[in-house]
Design a protein around this ligand. Structure first.
Ligand code: BTN
Length: 264
């Protein structure tokens, strides 16, 4: 018989958060939800001005990914966290927020000892011993008026058979054990710290942790044909600069369907 994984302990998350100087303590912990992002968006209607609130759940029934994909959140196996933050709390361009969230989440994974990297714009990847990159987490940032709802999903304890594809992994599969409560608290605190960063601070952090810069990638775009080039740079807007046979091309994350390292 399959063991039921334990549910999140809300008091433990708050006690971990209280070890930091975080002011973001408005947290709702649910056993089951359709999507933490959808719920956070619905709750924005009743939010008091300039408040920050977070919602996390043990299980999502309709977890959403970028580009209309689904996100799997089996009960107790991962992190499904959404944080609603006024855009004015960020010091970066609004279009760069998804990259800053990637930096924050990646810092938390690295502090657990994971060999994690950011695939542009913000997929959380693990560099395996073979050199292969496997996805361990993803980020969905949605903007509503003066707010962003930041959704972060991390595969903490998913088994091989719970993973959506062969290109995915989980922290337990790479022998990293962590309490989900501690990781949620760490992400909230790290997000709070990241909001203050300006481009001269966050761009070097992004480059250091990028698995995309310097590699050849193929980007499938929404409206145009796909394009291949060397990923040369990221701008303070968060756009990716590709060097192609036809010169430099700017790619905004809204255009991207897929960024795939091109095989030699
Ligand atoms: C992606 O890689 O495509 C982004 C995945 C984002 C998943 C998270 S889990 C918490 C939040 N709620 C959702 O429905 N999606 C995000």
């Amino acid at each position: 018989m399959k063991r039921r994984r334990p549910a999140l302990d809300p008091a433990l998350i708050l006690s971990e958060l209280s070890k930091t100087s975080s002011k973001w303590l408005d947290l709702t912990v649910l056993e089951q939800v359709e999507s933490t992002n959808d719920l956070a968006i619905a709750q924005l209607a009743n939010a008091s001005q300039d408040s920050v609130f977070a919602i996390t759940a043990d299980e999502q029934l309709k977890g959403r990914g970028r580009l209309q994909r689904q996100w799997q959140s089996p009960f107790g196996a991962g992190i499904a966290l959404s944080v609603a933050i006024p855009t004015k709390f960020f010091n970066c361009e609004i279009s760069a927020i998804p990259l800053l969230v990637g930096i924050a989440a990646n810092n938390c994974l690295k502090s657990l000892g994971a060999t994690s990297k950011l695939k542009w714009p913000n997929d959380l990847m693990i560099e395996m011993k073979s050199g292969e990159l496997k996805k361990v987490g993803g980020i969905l940032v949605q903007r509503l008026d003066d707010y962003v709802v930041i959704g972060i999903g991390i595969n903490v304890d998913l088994n091989e058979d719970e993973l959506p594809t062969d290109n995915a992994t989980s922290l337990s599969l790479i022998d990293i054990r962590t309490s989900r409560e501690a990781l949620i608290a760490a992400i909230i605190y790290e997000l709070e710290n990241t909001t203050g960063l300006v481009s001269r601070e966050w761009l070097p952090m992004y480059f250091q942790n990028s698995s995309t810069i310097g590699t050849q990638v193929t980007v499938a775009r929404r409206a145009e044909s796909s394009i291949t080039g060397i990923a040369m740079n990221v701008l303070e807007s968060g756009e990716l600069i590709l060097e192609t046979n036809d010169g430099l091309v700017e790619i905004s994350s809204g255009d991207v369907i897929q960024v795939r390292p091109t095989l030699p």
